[in-house]
Design a protein around this ligand. Structure first.
Ligand code: ADP
Ligand code: FBP
Length: 352
């Protein structure tokens, strides 16, 4: 389809909100207006698409929203969208509203939903990656990730003050139930001594005995000092609270848990997320104008790249093995034979 054949686009934000979603929405609306397209926003993600809960948006509506997290058109998780009846209803609403292309701002679930919809609607669908988890193949970063890492880093810096003053072990639980990008990046940014991440746990689960041994060895090398651990959610039975209780009760290690939770999705989006949102939102509209469909607008090596939507969740996006190597070997106070080798290891497994 060429540029002049598209007249009206729809947009929605879906799944967990991510800092920078508003900035992405603004970019989509400004780009659409720039290219002479009308915009209809469905509120509350796929729920609004089912209920035809829609509002037209013009540039004036999105002025000065990029500095706020959340999403002015609301987001939701909508389990019923997985049915064929729901997708048919959504297709009907898109048709009745004369929509040529739909822009979905969300994570992998939202993109699966978009693909599901495509079996019942023949308009164009473009994805914009909005999730703090950064777990989508085809883009170096997702919108919201930089902010979440920065919030976790700030919290870890503050925790370090108390941990160091009182020679305590702290466990800081971060988001990312299936992907350790927030955990790895916030560990690197804060100098935490240990990270417990989904990818590492899947490969070689950490035992409490190995963890205690590491804590004791670090204290032996450094003398009385703090030990801060980053734990991705759902990676320990009972989470940070249960692990802290276990360390204190069974091993007499004074230990405190801290759960960051949804704090990681709020506040002011980092500059990196606002800029990424601008690039990806505008590129999404350009892709629609080029006639593309079922692709995600992403950035790879500073270049805008379109990736087929199914690839974004079907192809694994691994943690950077070099960052894992740096944390596990170079920065580990407990040295082992062979740690001084020059090459970064490709494996991303827990160290004892
Ligand atoms: N397999 C699927 N088929 C249809 N819709 C889906 C599918 N998976 C997710 N969705 C829709 O996308 C929404 C957002 O997905 P979710 O996984 O909650 O968040 P995210 O998009 O951030 O990963 C779901 O609530 C549901 O409406
Ligand atoms: O806000 P909810 O519904 O409790 O979901 C929490 C989950 O949402 C996230 O913040 C983002 O995940 P999604 O991108 O899949 O929505 C996860 O890190 C976290 O596990």
């Amino acid at each position: 389809m060429s540029a002049h054949e598209i007249k009206k686009i729809a947009v929605l934000t879906s799944g967990g909100d991510a800092p920078g979603m508003n900035a992405a929405l603004r970019a989509v609306v400004l780009a659409a207006e720039h290219y002479g397209l009308q915009v209809l926003a469905f509120r509350h993600g796929y729920k609004g698409l089912l209920e035809n809960d829609a509002v037209p948006l013009v540039a004036q509506d999105v002025l000065h929203i990029l500095q706020y997290s959340g999403t002015i058109i609301k987001s939701a998780r909508c389990p019923e969208f997985k049915t064929d009846e729901a997708a048919k209803k959504a297709a009907e609403n898109l048709q009745n509203n004369d929509i040529d292309a739909l822009v979905v701002i969300g994570g992998d679930g939202s993109f699966r939903g978009a693909e599901h919809l495509s079996h019942h609607w023949n308009g164009q669908i473009i994805g914009v990656p909005g999730t703090i988890d950064n777990d989508l193949y085809g883009t170096d970063a997702t919108i919201g990730f930089a902010t979440a890492v920065s919030i976790a880093m700030d919290a870890l810096d503050k925790i370090r003050d108390t941990a160091e003053a009182m020679d305590r072990v702290f466990i800081v639980e971060v988001m990312g139930r299936e992907a350790g990008f927030i955990g790895l990046s916030s560990t690197m940014a804060s100098g935490a001594e240990r990270m417990i991440l989904p990818e590492l746990q899947r490969e070689k689960p950490l035992t409490i005995a190995a963890l205690v041994k590491h804590i004791e060895r670090v204290k032996k090398v450094r003398g009385e000092s703090s030990y801060v651990m980053v734990l991705s959610e759902h990676q320990w039975p009972g989470g940070a609270v249960a692990l802290a209780e276990q360390l204190e009760a069974e091993y007499h290690l004074p230990c405190r848990p801290c759960l960051l939770g949804h704090i990681q999705r709020g506040g002011s989006p980092a500059a990196a997320d606002r800029i990424l949102a601008a690039q990806l939102g505008v590129y999404a509209i350009e892709l629609a104008l080029q006639g593309e469909t079922l692709v995600m607008s992403g950035i790879q090596g500073n270049k805008a790249v379109a990736t087929p939507l199914p690839d974004t969740w079907q192809i694994d996006k691994p943690l950077d093995p070099n960052l894992v190597h740096i944390q596990h070997r170079v920065f580990n106070p407990v040295k082992k034979n062979g740690d001084a080798e020059l090459s970064a290891k490709n494996s991303v497994t827990n160290v004892a």
